[in-house]
Design a protein around this ligand. Structure first.
Ligand code: PHE
Length: 361
């Protein structure tokens, strides 16, 4: 009975998804579920990060893969890159011992190799360039963002942060007339790989940075060692700031949180920040300018894929990330204003024009 109900929900998840293919593996030795969701190969081979964490149930893991893969399709399309969108979720049962984690990653790599190029992957929440090195032992040549020592481009976090920082400055220009974060308050939610790097850039440029975090180690580093103002997670949404930068998990902008926001703009690196499409309208109604997540957070993929597949240097990658995100956000803000639509709708239109060749206005 219970099994029937479970499968029933999984089937409706797949029916409601407009992507192409999902590869499912139940990894017996570890008990992990692996979902590789290939949303679209329209613009090229599908690529996307590997998210590895524990989920409340297997449906939640599948749903995450499905939603995130769609975001990757829009990310590549909006940034004009010749890749399709995909995402892998490795749903682990709690914490794995080091050896079983390594063995799981190697079996996962072998699965990617079997797919023969249908899917390429890099790091995402819960995985690192070191993990990519392990996955690549069985999954090469389809693994990107390996460590620099192993010949990869290394951590995409700082490149993603560079793009978000660019977007935040651009927003300041639109909102306050000066493209600078100097003396602006920015609240960064999540001081992890991207958030932590973004905090560094913001501070160096003279912003007043506050952060919210749940990890004790990171709270200690940023609050106690660096002296940043710490905002308790329960107060994150209602804290007054110029820019709110979600750099943790998805769906943080929703019917419950948006009415509490006291910021002028939202610009962060998290994927799938809007819980539903209606949330874009909610933000607009509150006069909050939203930098669409998959546009502003494309720095990691732009930089890493450019370095690994087109031979860019790190400096060239930084420059391209800045130029690309500037151009796309400018175009999106302009067309949203001109057409009276949300920035999310304008971003979607830009992505659709690249995907389906419609004329973009
Ligand atoms: N986490 C990255 C993203 O969401 C995925 C990625 C990083 C893919 C680097 C390839 C290379 O965009």
């Amino acid at each position: 009975m219970e099994r029937g109900v479970t499968l029933g929900r999984m089937d409706s998840l797949l029916k409601d998804w407009d992507g192409e293919t999902v590869i499912v593996r139940h990894d017996k030795p570890s008990g992990a579920w692996i979902f590789i969701a290939v949303h679209s190969t329209r613009l090229g081979p599908a690529a996307g990060g590997t998210r590895m964490k524990a989920y409340p149930d297997v449906q939640a893991a599948l749903l995450d893969a499905l939603r995130l893969s769609e975001g990757m399709t829009f990310k590549f399309a909006a940034s004009g890159m010749p890749f399709g969108g995909a995402k892998a979720v490795v749903a682990i049962p709690g914490n794995l011992e080091r050896e079983s984690r390594t063995a799981l990653l190697q079996r996962y790599g072998a699965l990617i190799r079997q797919l023969g190029g249908l899917f390429r992957t890099g790091p995402d929440v819960g995985t690192t360039p070191d993990d990519m090195d392990v996955i690549a032992t069985t999954g090469a040549p389809y693994i990107v963002s390996r460590t620099v020592g192993a010949g990869g481009a290394g951590d995409p976090g700082p490149l993603t942060a560079r793009g978000v920082f660019t977007g935040i400055k651009l927003l300041c220009g639109r909102l306050f007339g000066v493209e600078s974060v100097s003396n602006r308050t920015v609240l960064v939610q999540g001081a992890g790989d991207v958030g932590g790097s973004l905090i560094g850039m913001l501070r160096e440029a003279g912003a007043e940075v506050q952060f919210s975090e749940v990890n004790d180690g990171l709270i200690r580093t940023f609050r106690d060692e660096l002296g940043l103002r710490y905002v308790h997670p329960s107060a994150t949404y209602s804290t007054e700031c110029d820019i709110f930068a979600p750099c943790a998990l998805g769906a943080v902008l929703n019917a419950e949180t948006i009415p509490r926001l006291k910021c002028r703009a939202v610009a962060g690196s998290a994927n799938n920040q809007l819980e539903t499409q209606a949330d874009a309208e909610r933000l607009r109604a509150m006069g909050i300018l939203y930098a669409p997540d998959y546009v502003i957070n494309a720095g990691g993929v732009i930089g890493v894929l450019g370095m690994e597949l087109q031979g860019w240097t790190r400096d060239k990658a930084d420059g391209e990330v800045v130029a690309n995100i500037r151009r796309n956000l400018d175009q999106i803000f302009e067309s949203a204003a001109a057409e009276g639509v949300t920035t999310d709708a304008a971003a979607r239109k830009l992505a659709d024009s690249r995907l389906f060749g419609a004329v973009s206005r």
